[in-house]
Design a protein around this ligand. Structure first.
Ligand code: CMP
Length: 140
């Protein structure tokens, strides 16, 4: 399997509960390397642009409110099959459907406040990584 990069975000519900370290340990213990990381407060414009693909969905406004409600940690992970591995470690979008031992099962509060985001394909990973990081910010 190819070495890939993917974009991860630790969401405001998790930074608020001081879970950054515990969440990072899940990823690192499962073979992903954090090769870039930045804590930031998203602006409304940034949140709407990042989730632009969802702008017609009923939850779009609430999602943007939530994503700007506190700091996030944007990260780039690197590893064999990193996109799929990251999604496996996160678990299903809705924590009610997430497998035992996944981040969302153990930490998420709701489908909206679900603690982490991860890119859904290598193509979107490249777009989402470029949203937050310059190539020179990423040190493998
Ligand atoms: P994420 O992987 O960041 O991508 C889009 C986000 O929308 C998703 O995680 C959820 O946090 C959020 N969301 C809120 N409500 C819904 C919903 N009903 N279905 C899917 N995603 C939702």
């Amino acid at each position: 399997m190819a070495v890939e990069r993917t974009l991860s975000i630790i969401k405001p519900d998790a930074t608020r509960r001081n879970l950054t370290g515990k969440i990072n340990a899940r990823f690192e213990d499962n073979g992903l390397r954090i090769v870039a990381q930045r804590r930031l407060q998203l602006t409304r414009v940034q949140a709407e642009a990042f989730y632009g693909v969802h702008k017609e969905r009923s939850f779009f406004n609430d999602l943007c409110d939530f994503m700007t409600s506190g700091p996030v940690v944007a990260q780039v992970f690197e590893g064999e099959g990193a996109v799929a591995k990251n999604r496996e470690i996160m678990g299903a979008t809705n924590p009610a459907n997430a497998d035992e031992g996944t981040i969302r099962k153990d930490f998420a509060e709701s489908v909206e406040a679900n603690s982490v985001h991860g890119s859904d394909s290598p193509e979107n990973a490249a777009i989402e990584i470029a949203f937050f990081f310059a190539e020179t910010d990423i040190v493998g």
